[in-house]
Design a protein around this ligand. Structure first.
Ligand code: NAP
Ligand code: GLV
Ligand code: GLV
Length: 316
């Protein structure tokens, strides 16, 4: 009899075929109750970052041997509960690094040059001719880019900064090796100093117990006047209320957000601001990255359920 695998939401036909040729594949869950029911007889689970795979789900999955997250971040999974039961957890690192770094730069450019507001102005038929002061933005050359979380995506963002002739500083749990700092022309700074001195701050930390609310009210107030904050990490790492206050009073130039605390709900105060660019969590959303991620998640399930080592476990 084929082993049973649950895929919580449809992916790509070719990946469905790959999974179906190995397993008895069930696709789709209606709601949490449905997930709790469908997990009972499954050995493999391929889930999305919006699926909360907590202790209750994991305990229900008595036959479960692998949880393959279709994302690099795995804050939606109770990894400790899985580990206690010997269930492997995998994610999809690397394949989405460039896509997410590109989107981070899309936000940096969109906010600093007011691209979205200018587009809205143009399609509303308001362009009446070239003007000296129409949609003035901020130049990037020579400005300081502060990267918080210098992992795969943080480093890919740093690499791109050289093309814009920016100075790069970073904060992370550990300093990079000297050769990496030299290669990226990046200098380590303590977090508060980075926040106080950077023109643009961009967040690339995972959401963990340590990083939840890392950029709290006090730190939001440390951002210098006229600074830009970009968040493509997770919404819960920043105090959104404090950010909204500083955007409202104009003491920050703007913010670019791809992720929100409690998404898909978004604090409606953000919608009233004209100095934000808001995206619907599309950091890794390129055809190339999403297809490669889907294959990797499926390959992790195939490996583990055939007694092999997972390709990309979240711990070793
Ligand atoms: P990564 O390679 O693990 O990088 C994360 C970095 O953050 C690591 O250098 C890590 O340091 C550092 N870090 C962890 N805890 C920290 C703390 N308390 N203080 C300071 N630094 C800390 O992960 P990645 O592949 O770059 O992805 C980063 C995150 O981006 C993911 O977890 C995910 O939440 C988010 N993401 C979002 C999208 C999107 O669609 N918007 C797409 C992809 C990823 P160590 O090396 O010491 O652990
Ligand atoms: C997306 O947010 C991811 O973590 O892959
Ligand atoms: C603008 O279009 C310029 O030529 O400076």
């Amino acid at each position: 009899m084929k082993k049973k695998v649950l895929l919580t939401h449809p992916l790509f036909e070719e990946v469905h075929r790959k999974l179906s040729s190995n397993f008895d594949l069930e696709i789709g869950i209606k709601d949490r109750q449905d997930l709790l029911k469908k997990i009972e007889d499954k050995e493999g689970l391929l889930c999305f970052l919006k699926d909360r795979i907590d202790r209750e789900v994991i305990e229900r999955g008595r036959k479960l041997r692998i949880i393959a997250n279709y994302a690099v971040g795995y804050d939606n999974i109770d990894v400790e509960a899985a580990r206690e039961r010997g269930i492997v957890v995998t994610n999809t690192p690397d394949l989405l690094t460039d896509a997410t770094a590109d989107l981070t730069w899309a936000l940096i450019l969109a906010v600093s040059r007011r691209v979205v507001q200018a587009h809205m102005f143009t399609v509303a038929g308001k362009f009446k001719g070239w003007e000296a002061r129409l949609f003035l933005g901020k130049e990037l050359r020579g400005k300081r880019l502060g990267i918080v979380g210098m992992g795969r995506i943080g480093r890919a963002v740093a690499r791109r900064a050289r093309g814009f002739s920016m100075e790069v500083v970073y904060h992370s749990r550990r300093n990079l090796e000297t050769w990496r700092e030299a290669e990226l022309c990046a200098r380590y700074l303590p977090l508060d100093e980075l926040l106080q001195t950077s023109d643009i701050v961009t967040l690339h930390i995972p959401l963990t117990a340590e990083t939840e609310n890392l950029i709290n009210r006090d730190r939001i107030h440390k951002l210098k006047k006229g600074a830009i904050l970009i968040n493509t990490a997770r919404g819960a790492v920043i105090d959104e209320e404090a950010l909204i206050e500083r955007l409202k009073d104009g003491s920050l130039f703007g913010a670019g957000l791809d992720v929100y605390r409690g998404e898909p709900r978004i604090n409606p105060e953000f919608f009233k601001l004209d100095n934000v660019v808001l995206l619907p969590h599309i950091g890794s959303a390129t055809e190339e990255a999403r297809l490669a991620m889907a294959h990797l998640a499926a390959d992790n399930i195939i490996a583990v359920l055939s007694g092999k080592e997972p390709l990309t476990p979240v711990w070793r």
